[in-house]
Design a binder for this molecule. Sequence first.
Ligand code: ADP
Ligand code: MG
Length: 680
Amino acid sequence: MQKGQIGVTTENIFPVIKKFLYSDHEIFLRELVSNAIDATQKLKTLASFGDFKGELGEMKVRVTIDKEAGTLTVSDHGIGMTSEDIDKYINQIAFSGAEEFLNKYKDTANAIIGHFGLGFYSAFMVAKKVEIRSLNYKEGAEAVKWVCDGSPEYTMEPTDKAERGTDIVLYIDDDNKEFLEQARIDTLLKKYCRFLPVPVISGKEQEWKDGKYVDTDKDKIVNDTEPAWTKKPSELTDEDYRKFYHELYPGQEDPLFWIHLNVDYPFTLTGILFFPKIKSNLDIRKDRIQLYCNQVYVTDSVEGVVPEFMMLLQGVIDSPDIPLNVSRSYLQSDTAVKKISGYITKKVASRLDELFKENRADFEAKWDDIKIFIEYGMLTDEKFCDSAMKFAILRDTEGKYFTLDEYRTLVEASQTDKDGNVVYIYATDVTAQYNYIHSANEKGYNVLLMDGQLDGHFISMLESKLEKTRFVRVDSDVAEKLIPKEEAKDSGLTPEQISLLTPLFRSQIPAVEKADFLVSFESLDPAANPILITQNEYMRRMKDMAATQPGMSFYAELPDSYNLIVNTSQPVVAKILDEAEKALSEKLAPINGTIDADNEKITVLRSEIKDNKPTDEQKAEEKQLSDNVEKNRMEKEEIIARYASEKPVVKQAIDLALLANGLLRGRDLNEFINRSVKML
Ligand code: ADP
Ligand code: MG
């Protein structure tokens, strides 16, 4: 019997293994089954090279639980180990056997899993004692038994084992009894071993008998050894892809489409990415892309490996070239990983382009579902954005789709403003903005529908990408002015008339929660409404942005500011002005006279002071005059307001405009209805 110390560089590696990897100790099963698969694949490779001439026999891996003995055993019929092998590969840990083997069979040994880092010793995370019983494939080899109880000491001695291959026997420790439950092991095998390339057996198939499930004699194979991504796209039908998708994510709707990845230079990567039907919001997906290394499940945290926007996709990526046991920040700076991420981006973009070209109608039909993904990609990935400019489509309020180029051609002639900018008009809500859309259409303008979650950002991005292009929301101005074609028309009012009409209308605006109104006058189409309410594009965008940005909630809390535009060409407005002038001019004449006189005095006084320092007297006089002006102005506005309050038509015109914007609510709405009934 050989006795010895395991050649670790640290004092004792086992406490380290247990302590640091405690949270993830279930991976021991992945490691041991992977080793068993490696050993099996190695023997197959040797056989294919003629270096092994014996019978391969049944090459399955078996995971067996013996509850009474308290053991979990992983067995294979692979290459097996001699005592020298165990010395070399197990006793001198930190020495990776896979590496040597790979060097020898470089080109074909791709299927050999290695470099998980922890490997065999992860068994000690759950076992108080581990036994290796192995018989090497070479003729005349002697079976060997190695035992280690978790201290750095081991024993190794000859044993009797008839079958070629290796049994790894774990004496599960008291803290980890769960790994003696078949159900727990089944779950783990499902997670880590589901697509391993060699059949893995654990437990028996069950059948329903006498009111309960009982074991049959049939071994239960837990894995699919040839998952779809390992096959050539030409071997697979659409149905195969869908079936595989449902195998990965049971209970989900069919995917919209998929992309089969297959590279072998400059790195090896295969996989299938699915576009799921994304529900209306950008929820954090729980069914995410899974990362495999030669069919061994590694993780479903693929941050860094795939570009962020692809986290919305589902499916599988399999690559032996992704460093698996390193930190996220390392992953993100790793050049191989960057290349992989870049490759996936390119591939996804070109596939989307293909789908668009092959069947545009189908692409359009799926657009509403994939739009969020494509926009997200365009916003976060420069390269993807450049390719996507070809197949990103815009939808108008009538449900027609256009590429960016097509849309420009469509609207260029009629929607170019006086400065040569093409103005894209958009709505965010067809129902609420119906009036505005209608007016814009009447003017011969097309209106886009931009109601997606990311559309706000998408619009800003397009404005920066597309030359001489500006977006305005359909309700940001009156239809005439959405696309300014010439210098704005004057309201046609004198300053006196403006000072009369402003308080007249302003005083009659009901208090609307979280909304401010700025009264202005414009000479618009006489057939248009007497009053229109618009919201400045820039201000609205600022607020929208503030709403989604943490730390900017202060802005979001500010009231919305609207423009209340009085159409001075509209007959009702003309009549209001006319009547008000008649009714009020006499009454206001003395006040206006005083205000003008005081203002005049202020002007004279200021010109006297000019660059000199004003005396105390002068200061007092100026203050006195300003106060007077202010007092008179207020009195004047009060007179106007009193007059306006007796003119239901003013309120009526304002309320109609508010109503068209969904801003008339509660008591104000009720008053409006009562007033309307009276007017009838
Ligand atoms: P790695 O798999 O990364 O090489 P491990 O610690 O998992 O590291 O395994 C160390 C070595 O032990 C393997 O490279 C292999 O040579 C040997 N080994 C482990 N398990 C088996 C097995 N079931 N059959 C044959 N050799 C094995
Ligand atoms: Mg290993």
